[in-house]
Design a binder for this molecule. Structure first.
Ligand code: FEO
Length: 163
């Protein structure tokens, strides 16, 4: 059985994961509006991934006989300026999520909850991937700039995610 402290910490992170999903859906809509379907698709995949992160945690809490308290979250940002701006925000967001996952791990450590520590290893590794992916695309956007044929070519390549 998970401690009440651990259950509350998971409920908060589940809220954060679904909030992240909504942020990426907002970014997908921005790219749809910019006629950049590849980036839009990448963000749609990200939207789905974040929901799966939330569900993975939710299922774990349920499996351990705990209770998840669902909560609302704030409206996602929609005031994006460019593709580079979106990926700067994506990287910053993932860095924040990494620190939240580390805090969750710190709670598990304090609670001597070894099963949760083991389960969170997956998320710790996943965050390394999340930051790497956002950082790589941001670097490439800085190389090609925010308009022109190079951006269209990058959009095409980024849209291959999940194929
Ligand atoms: Fe669920 Fe993007 O971390």
């Amino acid at each position: 059985m998970l401690s009440k402290t651990m259950q509350d910490a998971f409920s908060e992170q589940i809220r954060n994961e679904f909030s992240s999903a909504y942020l990426y859906l907002s970014m997908a809509l921005y790219f749809e509006g910019q006629s950049l379907p590849g980036f839009a698709k990448w963000m749609r995949v990200q939207f789905t991934e974040e929901q799966s992160h939330g569900m993975k945690m939710l299922d774990y809490v349920v499996d351990r006989g705990g209770t998840v308290a669902l909560a609302t979250f704030e409206k996602p940002a929609a005031d994006f300026k460019s593709a580079t701006d979106v990926f700067e925000r994506t990287l910053a967001h993932e860095q924040k999520v990494t620190s939240l996952i580390h805090s969750l791990y710190a709670v598990a450590t304090k609670e001597n909850d070894y099963a949760t520590m083991e389960m969170l290893q997956w998320f710790i590794k996943e965050q390394v991937e999340e930051e790497k992916n956002a950082s790589l695309i941001l670097d490439q956007l800085k190389m090609v700039g925010d308009k022109g044929s190079s951006l269209v070519m990058l959009d095409h390549r980024i849209g291959k995610r999940g194929e």
